[in-house]
Each structure stands twice: as structure tokens, then as C-alpha cells.
Design a protein around this ligand. Structure first.
Ligand SMILES: [Zn+2]
Ligand SMILES: [Zn+2]
Length: 303
């Protein structure tokens, strides 16, 4: 199979380690024969909006390219943190105690990671007005941190499930990004201990089948797409165990009729055409699991 799209590409404007210039993305995707490709920098909360504004400016300055799109990757945030960020009341988040260890951050760049009420109301800090003003063509929504729940396997599975359901039902979200990605990391306190044993690779196989089934049902009834994310399906961590588990489950979703987008989640400086792992590895892997071009679709505004 030939992947015709890559809708999850971060530019150097993204708030994280991403560093690609737009020109490198356009030329790399064209060289790989991708018909539809789009940039999708992070918006965890409104705190990151200046990054999106700069990305939009660079996108417009680059000029129109056939098949080149402007998207966004939003996080499932919490009402608590969005309200605090709107009031610029976040000094308390800079240093806090997490499971008996000191957690420090310089800014709320990733949202407010700790200190909120467990399982409180969720929020996507983006409005239809933002979408119109910035010409956002599609919205990818992902889970990037806990909703202040305890970081154990059962609590984190429930937390992820709840956030996934919220994102799929959200009227502004078109694509569910990298389902269950990061579950192993957040199911322990690796963030403060840096102990490999606190990365709970065993969390994935504990996700109840009814959670997978319910998410497939929600994706279908809400007409939403799920993402096949390169970082998840081609991951070689833990001998590829997480990747195999995830792609098997996403193949089950496919058999129920769920449609997908593909996203490389590029953070590097250029689109990888050669090197250790590339879009060609993704195509090989997707073919092995029986995916075909017919399993992919584009978000509504790209059609
Ligand atoms: Zn993500
Ligand atoms: Zn991403």
C-alpha cells in the first residue's frame, strides 16, 4: 500500500522539541509522494496560541502548495487549568510534590501538569472563532497527560478512556490522535523517578476489550477518524511490544468500519526518507496487518 497522506507534522513553531522548517516539510513530503500533508503544532492550552499564530504566518508566507494543509494538534485539557491560564494564575504549578518527589517546571507550556481536582471537567482550549481566524483545516485531538488521577495502571486506563471519549465526542475534533499512546509512561511515576521500571509496558494489555469496542462505536457514530501514528505503530521500544499490541487493536477497529488518518508525528528537522525508520517502514507494517488505501480518509474540510 502507498500512504497518500501525513497529517501530523510538527514545525519549529511547536512548543516542544520539534525543529523542522516548513520548506523541509513540503519538499520531504513531496519527495515521498504524499498527496495530502499538513502541519499540526501543539495547542495544550491557550498558553501555546502564540506558537500557532507564528506557524500560521509562516504557512501563509510560504504560499499555496497543492495538498499542503494547516491543521492543529489539541490536547485534552482540564477546565481547571484553562481557567488558571486565562487568569495567568499559575505560579503554584512551577514546583510541586508528585508522589513524594519534587516536580519542577519553568512555565505551563505543557498545560498545568499537577495540582488540579482529579477527574474534573475536561476541555479543549480552542474555539470555532480560533479555527476561522487561523484558517485551521483540521483538528487532531490527543491525550497528553492525566486528569490529575493517581498514576497506576487501572486508574490511568479509566482516565485515558474518559479523555478519549471526550475527544471523540467533541464537536471541534476531527481525528483521535495516537490512541492510548503514553499509557505506559503515565501508569507509573517515571516522570519524577526516571526509573525504567516505572514505565508500565504491561498497562496496554490490561485495557478492557469493552473500552476498545466502545471507542470504535463512538468513532463510527460521531463520524470521526482515528490516527495511525508512526511513533506508536513503528515503535521499537520493548521489542516492539506496544506497537504490535496497538496495531492489532486498531486493525480490529478497521474491521468494524473505523477509518483512519496517518501521522508521522514529525519532530525532527527533515522528513525522513532514508535512515533507520521511515514512512516506508510504516507502509510495510500497515500492509502486514492488512491495511489498504481504502482504510484511510481525510478530515471533512480537506475533501
Ligand atoms: Zn500527541
Ligand atoms: Zn504530535
Amino acid at each position: 500500500m502507498q500512504l497518500q497522506q501525513d497529517l501530523h507534522l510538527h514545525t519549529h513553531c511547536s512548543c516542544d522539541s520539534a525543529c523542522a522548517q516548513i520548506d523541509a516539510i513540503v519538499k520531504g513530503c513531496q519527495a515521498a509522494g504524499i498527496k495530502h500533508f499538513g502541519i499540526s503544532d501543539h495547542l495544550h492550552t491557550k498558553f501555546n496560541m502564540p506558537d500557532i499564530e507564528i506557524a500560521r504566518k509562516e504557512f501563509l508566507e510560504y504560499g499555496p502548495v497543492p495538498g499542503f494543509h494547516f491543521g492543529i494538534e489539541v490536547s485534552c485539557a482540564t477546565q481547571w487549568e484553562c481557567e488558571k491560564i486565562a487568569k495567568r494564575d499559575y505560579a503554584s504549578c512551577f514546583t510541586c510534590e508528585v508522589n513524594g518527589k519534587k516536580f519542577q517546571t519553568m512555565t505551563p507550556i505543557d498545560g498545568i501538569m499537577y495540582g488540579g481536582p482529579a477527574n474534573g471537567p475536561l476541555m479543549v482550549d480552542l474555539t470555532q472563532e480560533d479555527i476561522d481566524r487561523l484558517g485551521i483545516e483540521y483538528v487532531i485531538g490527543g491525550v497528553h497527560k492525566p486528569n490529575y488521577t493517581e498514576q497506576t495502571i487501572p486508574t490511568m486506563i479509566d482516565d485515558y478512556f474518559n479523555q478519549h471519549c471526550y475527544l471523540v465526542k467533541h464537536e471541534l475534533v476531527d481525528v483521535l490522535a495516537h490512541p492510548w499512546d503514553g499509557l505506559g509512561f503515565w501508569s507509573g511515576y517515571n516522570i519524577v523517578t526516571h526509573d525504567p521500571a516505572d514505565y508500565r509496558v504491561d498497562a496496554f494489555e490490561k485495557i478492557p476489550q469493552e473500552y476498545w469496542d466502545e471507542l470504535a462505536h463512538l468513532l463510527l457514530t460521531h463520524n470521526k477518524l482515528a490516527e495511525l501514528n508512526f511513533g506508536t505503530i513503528c515503535s521499537r521500544r520493548f521489542e516492539g511490544k506496544i506497537a504490535r499490541y496497538t496495531i492489532e487493536k486498531l486493525a480490529e477497529w478497521r474491521d468494524k468500519g473505523v477509518k483512519f488518518t496517518y501521522g508521522s508525528d514529525l519532530h525532527g528537522a527533515k522528513y525522513p526518507l532514508d535512515g533507520e525508520v521511515t514512512i516506508y517502514d510504516a507502509m510495510k507494517c500497515l500492509t502486514e496487518y492488512g491495511f489498504t488505501e481504502a482504510d484511510f480518509a481525510l478530515p471533512p474540510r480537506l475533501k
